[in-house]
Design a protein around this ligand. Structure first.
Ligand code: FES
Length: 686
């Protein structure tokens, strides 16, 4: 197959990039020419060990490549020395010191472990191709010479440009007074941390170390209104070495976003206080991840942040008042790049911060990061991405077109506005089932393995008690009440059932369902159901608006982001009509997708360009301005929906018959309902 024997064919995995190279080309050079990112700190001197690769052996018929170890040059003195001094794992080669002799499939491992770095398994083990914005570049600088008046710094920059192909290179001012000392300390051998996010012609030295500095870190952080999550990753291997979270201290100024905006409006120093609070929390988290990972905070050289628009503004020190009302104007929507020290973050003096762009006044950098992580814009299928909080951020699209909106769901899903609602904590009911015949419930609480009707539950629940209902269970209990016939499709608790079950309690003119008879007594009231209906109708109406914009009547795939999305059962979310009908196999919790997106931007600057470009193309829909929102909202108040069908859900769940009017025959009623849906609600004569 190799028709050009002097130019073997080399395929790099996992990128799949391939090309022919003259025999004798180093593997590192071949990778560079193809744009495959292979780390290198020492510049090919076989001392950093970062450029490791391995050979996949065998015949790869699909690619027409027979790849073998001996298609690489044998171990030379440089590799032997590295192996002797530092140890090279079995099967690994140093790509800078290994030449191509024949056809090859080269694996670029994403887990090059050097310096026995502490590795902690992160919750999200997705591996990304790397191309970080900060690179560590080792150089040997010419010593000063009386006959050449060029300054020490100028010779350093020249060496960096020459060895690392930077066209233009500047240096941070804070390093100027230190350059001479560092050069002499390293005996003219130094490692420069070069920030080159946009292009090689705007590179900047941000840190300088004597000798070979073979490690650099970055943090990726999602600033949520309730919690802040941070990951510390090695920029040189991509590994997450520590993760930590904390609650957002701004909660003391207001539980939800709007109350924080109000706090700013009402208090002269409100903005300053909230900015200081979040930055303090971030500095404590930086301490925490550094301690966990055994990393010095000055070794953190890059950082990426995401958050909803209000968190984003407060973090950057911007007054969010404009986001509190129409037209919800963002002070800045594009990506923000700055020096971390400018916003009071304590890392290295030269550390950079990148903040992802916001999509719209209600759809923030967190939604942009989630979109980057889940990639609706990279696929043909129509994907719905929902992050449910007090404001649901919704993105719908595929490679052809992406639209986004937010819906004011309110805090009901977080347990607020629900009589027995509470945050997810030990003792909270998290799963509910209701027997459709006896109407008796059984449930599970956080902190106990058993269901409430299983042996051992009483003992297991004594420590915590049974304290309330958390968000995931609110969805389940209302959906189960609907499936058991306790509530109608309009969400009304059927008082007639009180004759059949002591679980149905009368409270004046309405009824409630007794979920747990204890201390406290846990009931689901008519008002609770109304609050859930309002919240889910707001979300669904937003989704429907986006579906209208896309001209689709179904979605192919649904990603549920955030903590709430992780805990809710998609089946019950669909029974409730919170999300549109979809193959349940294709409805997935995507975890902290915003955090993953932030980590992608930390480890690969190409993702920054991808999301900047995508956000520019995303069409923003302002739900409040759309005349059809109200119509969709009214239809979505019903369970699961007044007009929309759920054929895929019906395959796995038996949805209750829709109630017929008293005078309709079975057949006539069916025809009438069918036609009423088709005609948008107006019931024609039959
Ligand atoms: S580039 Fe440093 S060892 Fe190969």
């Amino acid at each position: 197959m190799n028709d050009t024997p002097s130019h073997p064919l080399v395929l790099f995995m996992p990128s799949g990039k391939r090309g022919r190279f003259p025999v004798g080309t180093s593997v590192l050079d071949a990778a560079r020419q193809l744009g495959v990112y292979v780390e290198s700190v020492c510049g090919g001197r076989a001392t950093c060990g970062r450029c490791q690769v391995s050979v996949q052996e065998g015949h790869f018929a699909k690619h027409g490549i027979s790849s073998a170890q001996d298609h690489l040059s044998p171990f030379g003195p440089k590799e032997e020395r590295y192996d002797r001094v530092r140890g090279l794992p079995e099967g690994r080669r140093l790509s800078c010191s290994t030449q191509i002799l024949g056809d090859l499939v080269i694996d670029v491992p994403q887990d090059t472990v050097v310096n026995a770095q502490v590795v902690r398994k992160a919750a999200d083990e997705r591996v990304f191709e790397r191309n970080p914005a900060v690179r560590m570049c080792y150089v040997e600088v010419e010593e000063p010479d009386m006959h050449k008046p060029l300054g020490d710094l100028d010779r350093l920059l020249e060496a960096l440009k020459r060895d690392w192909q930077f066209e233009r290179l500047d240096i941070d001012v804070h390093l100027l007074p230190k350059v001479q000392k560092i050069l002499r300390q390293g005996e003219w051998k130094v490692t420069a941390a070069v920030h080159h996010d946009r292009a090689a012609d705007s590179a900047r030295v941000i840190a300088l170390y004597p000798g070979l500095k073979n490690e650099a870190y970055g943090i990726a952080c999602d600033i949520g209104s309730t919690t802040i999550a941070m990951h510390l990753s090695s920029l040189l291997s991509g590994r997450t070495v520590a993760s930590a979270g904390t609650s957002n201290p701004q909660i003391r100024f207001g539980e939800d976003l709007m109350s924080r905006v109000s706090y700013v409006m009402m208090n002269p120093d409100g903005r300053e206080a909230m900015t200081a609070a979040v930055r303090d929390a971030l500095n404590s988290l930086i301490d925490k991840v550094c301690e966990q990972g055994g990393v010095s905070r000055t070794d953190i050289l890059d950082s990426v942040f995401v958050g909803n628009p209000i968190m984003h503004h407060l973090f950057l020190g911007i007054d969010p008042t404009e986001l509190g009302g129409a037209p919800f104007a963002l002070a800045v929507s594009g990506a923000v790049e700055l020096k971390s020290s400018d916003i009071g973050l304590l890392m290295n003096e030269g550390t950079r911060t990148y903040v992802l762009p916001c999509i719209a006044g209600h759809v923030g950098a967190d939604a942009a990061a989630a979109a980057l992580s889940e990639g609706p814009h990279r696929q043909d299928e129509m994907m719905l991405l929902v992050d449910i909080g007090t404001n649901a951020e919704i993105v719908l699209g595929n490679a052809a077109r992406v639209v986004a909106a937010s819906s004011p769901t309110g805090p009901a899903f977080e347990g607020a506005e629900i009589s027995a609602g509470q945050r997810a904590a030990p003792g909270a009911i998290e799963r509910v089932r209701i027997d459709p015949v006896s109407l008796e419930p059984r449930f599970r609480i956080i902190g106990a393995e058993q269901w409430s009707d299983e042996p051992g539950f009483a003992e297991a629940s004594t420590a915590t008690g049974i304290t309330g209902i958390c968000g995931s269970a609110i969805i389940e209990v209302v959906a189960e009440m609907f499936l058991a016939g306790i509530i109608s499709e309009d969400g009304v608790i059927d008082g007639a059932l009180a004759a059949r079950s002591p679980r149905i309690l009368q409270n004046g003119r309405t009824f409630s369902y007794l979920l747990h008879d204890g201390e406290p007594r846990i009931t689901v009231t008519q008002n609770d159901i109304r609050a859930i209906q309002l919240a889910k109708a707001a979300l669904y109406a937003g989704v429907k608006l986006l579906m209208d914009k896309q001209g689709v009547d179904h979605v192919d795939r649904i990603g549920l982001a955030g903590a709430f999305g992780t805990f809710i059962d998609p089946k019950y979310a669909m029974v409730l009509g919170l999300i549109p009908d979809c193959d349940l196999e294709k409805v997935k919790a995507v975890g902290n997708a915003a955090g993953t997106g932030a980590r992608m931007c930390l480890l690969n600057r190409d993702y920054r360009r991808e999301i900047e470009d995508t956000v520019r193309r995303i069409e923003k829909i302002e739900t409040a301005l759309e005349p059809k929102f109200q119509e969709h909202f009214v239809a979505a108040m019903a369970l699961p929906n007044k007009v929309d069908h759920f054929p895929q859900l019906s395959r796995v769940v038996t949805l209750p018959e829709r109630k017929q009017s008293a005078d309709a025959t079975a057949d006539g009623g069916a025809r009438r309902r069918r036609r009423s849906r088709e005609s948008g609600g107006a019931v024609p004569e039959v």
